[in-house]
Design a binder for this molecule. Structure first.
Ligand SMILES: [Zn+2]
Ligand SMILES: [Zn+2]
Length: 139
């Protein structure tokens, strides 16, 4: 269960690096608001700016199996085209559809963080290239 929406995980992600798990959508909704200093939506621990969350494959495969077995057993709402099953699929689609937007958002902030390259005069660069041109080991 996701601690944010209190529902079954959808495309579960893990906070990097506090270790909490939440739906991709639940996590991103919060993280996008806290950029460029992302925090965990659950414990508010600062997260990695370039990769605030990463897929939790272990739990994801458990969830996939659970949903499949709910559908197989015809659990109310979880049979194929059932209301809960449909909602879960829709949330999955929403997560996948947002991939490009999330990537560009993260890229925007990672670029902002990179310090501009120091402008070195052309002459200095030329001298550097001349150091040890034969690549012989020293001594
Ligand atoms: Zn959630
Ligand atoms: Zn956390």
């Amino acid at each position: 269960m996701c601690p944010i929406c209190c529902d079954l995980f959808v495309c579960v992600q893990i906070g990097s690096a506090c270790g909490h798990s939440f739906c991709g959508n639940c996590g991103w909704d919060w993280i996008a608001k806290t950029m460029p200093a992302p925090t965990c939506p659950y414990c508010r621990t600062p997260l990695n700016r370039q990769a605030p969350m990463i897929p939790n494959f272990a739990i994801e495969s458990m969830v996939q199996k659970l949903v499949a077995s709910l559908a197989e057993n015809g659990v109310d709402g979880w049979d194929e085209e059932g209301e809960l099953w449909r909602e879960w699929q829709e949330r999955q689609q929403r997560w996948k559809a947002g991939a490009a937007a999330r990537a560009s958002e993260l890229e925007r902030y990672s670029e902002a963080e990179t310090p501009p390259a120091p402008a070195s005069p052309p002459q200095a660069r030329h001298e550097q290239l001349l150091i040890n041109p034969s690549n012989e080991p020293a001594g």
